[in-house]
Design a protein around this ligand. Structure first.
Ligand code: AMP
Length: 551
């Protein structure tokens, strides 16, 4: 027997409609990309302008299922683009500007993006790859006519127009929604897998459910009484859902634009009265460094969610002891929309003195309703949740990917429908999950992926190199940085500079190894692949030469 409740498709345009109807006057504050000045708008105005953008899209022939890309910072214009694209059933493809240009071109082509909405900062990057992206027929620069770059800077960008010119004067009554809640609405590529980046294709339903899930009190708990600083980028796993949960809850939203340094973040925290924020550890390290140097104070911020890579103990303690801010350590992935677990304390943990809470707060946390977690061994058998037995972390739920876009990577669920995260973890009897290691062969630096395999392939392309192995080594600022081990061909000699300059033009600058060590032997596993476990164990206490510079 079926229930007798209304069929009300869970589509994200309803979130923008809700905000416009019930929180129309609530502010959205943006640090402008053009000049760093702060400007203000409201959910009501964003709704109107997003509808005008939908009209422009329709006129450009964009309809259901078409991919429209954005290459931008967190700004109110970027939000208008999201809702304008998603509202008409098109798919908003958030491009990550930190990708190497070749990878950027790869994903634009793989997605077959029709239009790209780009921030001024990234115009040169887009102009450099556009020739290789034949599906892109138009470019919208997210600025006004007065700030449009001169023609020579726009290069071969097709039909480039400013965002303001593109939407101005258009009707704001373009219909939204009216499609199935399982319709695709967002596309975000992850490079946290082996091989080419893979597309995670969110549906309206999964994003709507993720929004409700993150609004739970023990997750992010967005409230109308909050002012949220959305530091985590909209191009990285949906800004952890904040561009949805902000308007859904009616919280005031603060968008930091292109300036994520400690001083700029601190200024916004204080001038806007921010109560809640979320970002990767590196951003918070920058803020704390700035506060120490300037004897700065934090007056309104109450809690921060830190995730994307492991949160160092010093961050949890300094925020608590020196600034009275609660850190919630979270874990998630692009494939989980992204929120998987949050380390909100249980009453038993909260009853402990803070020092004794720290070991719990360092764990990645517990699963909110809507996320299922388990641990499995290599043979697919479930492992005990005893807090000591590590296993492969498996996840299931309405916000978890079932496949990558265009079937890349094949079948990604096991026989019981679990998605293998590639993370190794323990789960304790209180339900706290803790990441202990990574089974996937990638390095995470400042919240962004570096493919060890790409680095190795490029290094072995050097005429003097026989074998190369890249691993992530602990780094206080970036969490991990790549260390490259090189075995030279018999009789050859080379310097680290020689190897690094060979790699320079082939990977993004921030992906270059911090150090190259020449070794006589690189251990191989049973299948002939480099044994990363052995290498990671051997170099676990290795001090990179760049560590001193970061302190
Ligand atoms: P991404 O898809 O780029 O967001 O990366 C997801 C991956 O980042 C996870 O599978 C983990 O390997 C890593 N990660 C995310 N959050 C944490 C955390 N709190 N601690 C350790 N690793 C994390």
């Amino acid at each position: 027997m079926l229930g007798l409740m209304q069929d009300w498709p869970l589509t994200v345009d309803k979130i923008a409609d809700h905000a416009a109807r019930w929180h129309a006057g609530r502010e959205v504050v943006t640090r402008r990309v053009e000049d760093g000045r702060v400007e203000r708008t409201t959910y009501g105005a964003i709704h109107t302008r997003a509808k005008q953008l939908s009209h422009a899209l329709r006129e450009a022939g964009i309809g259901a299922g078409d991919r429209v890309a954005t290459l931008g910072w967190n700004t109110s214009r970027h939000m208008e683009a999201w809702y304008g694209i998603m509202g008409v059933g098109a798919v908003c493809h958030t491009l990550n500007p930190r990708l190497h240009p070749e990878q950027l071109a790869y994903i634009i082509n793989h997605a077959e993006d029709r239009l790209v909405l780009v921030d001024l900062t990234f115009v040169p990057l887009l102009a450099a790859v556009i020739e290789h992206c034949p599906t892109v027929t138009g470019v919208v620069v997210m600025t006004d006519a007065g700030h449009m770059p001169p023609a020579e800077k726009l290069g071969k960008l097709p039909r480039a127009i400013s965002f303001e010119d593109w939407i101005s004067g258009r009707p704001a009554d373009t219909p939204w929604g009216g499609f199935d809640e399982n319709t695709a609405c967002g596309l975000c590529y992850t490079s946290g897998t082996t091989g080419n980046p893979k597309g995670v294709l969110y549906s309206h339903r999964s994003n709507f459910i993720h929004t409700l899930l993150t609004m739970q009190a023990d997750v992010m708990g967005a409230s109308i009484r909050d002012t949220i600083l959305a530091v985590v980028p909209m191009f990285h796993a949906n800004a952890w859902g904040i561009a949805f949960s902000g308007p859904a809850s009616g919280a005031k939203l603060v968008m930091p634009g292109a300036r994520l340094d400690g001083a700029s973040i601190h200024e916004l925290l204080e001038t806007e009265g921010v109560t809640f924020s979320a970002a990767v550890p590196t951003v918070w390290q920058g803020l704390l460094q700035h506060l120490r140097a300037t004897h700065g104070r934090i007056t309104t911020l109450k809690r921060v969610v830190i995730g994307g890579s492991a949160c160092p103990e010093s961050l949890i303690r300094t925020f608590n002891d020196d600034y009275g801010v609660e850190v919630l350590h979270a874990w998630g992935m692009t494939e989980t929309s992204p929120l998987g677990t949050v380390g909100s304390p249980t009453p038993e943990v909260e009853a402990l003195p803070f020092d004794q809470q720290v070991p719990w707060r360092l764990k990645q946390g517990r699963a909110p309703v809507g996320v299922e977690l388990t641990l499995k061994d290599e043979g697919g058998r479930e492992l005990p949740h005893d807090g000591v037995t590590p296993g492969r972390l498996m996840v299931k739920g309405a916000i978890v990917a079932a496949a990558y876009f265009r079937g890349e990577g094949g079948d990604i669920l096991d026989g019981d429908g679990w998605f293998d995260t590639g993370d190794m973890a323990t789960i304790d009897p209180q339900g706290f999950m803790q990441i202990t290691d990574r089974a996937k062969d990638v390095i995470k630096s400042g919240g962004e992926w570096i493919s060890s395999i790409d680095i190795e392939n490029i290094a072995v392309g050097h005429p003097k190199v026989e074998l190369a192995g890249a691993i992530g080594v602990k780094h206080p600022k970036w969490d991990e940085r790549p260390l490259l081990l090189v075995k030279l061909l018999p009789g050859e000699t080379a310097t680290r500079e020689e190897i690094l300059s060979w790699m320079e033009s082939r990977v993004a600058k921030w992906q270059l190894p911090d150090e190259v060590l020449f070794v006589d032997h690189i251990p191989l596993g049973a299948t002939g692949k480099i044994d990363k476990k052995v290498l990671r164990a051997r170099y676990q206490d290795y001090q990179l030469p760049t560590v001193g510079a970061a302190a």
